[in-house]
Design a protein around this ligand. Sequence first.
Ligand SMILES: O=C(O)CCCC[C@@H]1SC[C@@H]2NC(=O)N[C@@H]21
Length: 277
Amino acid sequence: MGFVLAPPASAAGFRLEAFDTIGSTNATALERARAGDPGRLWVVSSKQETGRGRRGRVWATPEGNLAATLLLVNCCPMPVAATLGFVAGLALGDALEACVPDAGRIAIGADGGGDARAKSRFELKWPNDVLAGGAKLAGILLESTMLEGGGFAVAIGIGVNVVAHPAEMPYPATSLTVLGARGDAQTLFLALSDAWLAAERIWDGGRGLDAVRRTWLKRAAGLGSEVAVRVDGEIVRGVFETIDAECRFVVRDRHGKHWKIAAGDVHFGVIASAAAD
Ligand SMILES: O=C(O)CCCC[C@@H]1SC[C@@H]2NC(=O)N[C@@H]21
């Protein structure tokens, strides 16, 4: 397997474990932490047998896609760790733009107009998806574990549909190949490990969260538009106004009430019933 870390990442003390095939990079990273790994470890594979998605879903990683998990140990106060998904979103957006040179044309469609070109190429969908042309290209899953003797570890799992995307999903999905982009999982990982460093520096253990939040909002999908959010079986409808200081999704409903949502599934547009995505 040819995965390598970007030189700045190795210089900053990151390590890498690369696999041809793995169950789940998140599961392996958390096992390493429980066995005493000090963290700042990337676990990477281009195929997963039992990849995990958000909300207990399965995440398929056929050969050629990217599954990468960054393990951090005692990286910040525990409540702040939940914001690492936004840091990962920024890093992944940067990595995609760096190594997919034709991304502008891809994300807005071949017949896109001049105004659209100024928009971010890869959009971030709250909480942790990356969209290209409105379809899901990548997902991020944070998992954590308490450690014996105190402290905690967090696994920041990043899955990118490089060569293939799942069929028959309840939401549109895509891959870099479908989009006509050149690029492979290894090149993308190299860019990701580099971009992570820059994003983590801005985040600064949570002290720079507001800068992360503002940058994230510049790339946010659906900002200012109608959304339906499924929260614990209920559906909240309204306009996506912002994400707040705690990175909660803020919706203004038609009565002017603001909903601050910590976890839920977002659908864009006005729809009769929001199917889970
Ligand atoms: O449901 C989602 O959108 C999140 C998907 C996260 C998938 C990644 S692939 C690397 C890491 N290992 C896993 O088992 N899951 C995450």
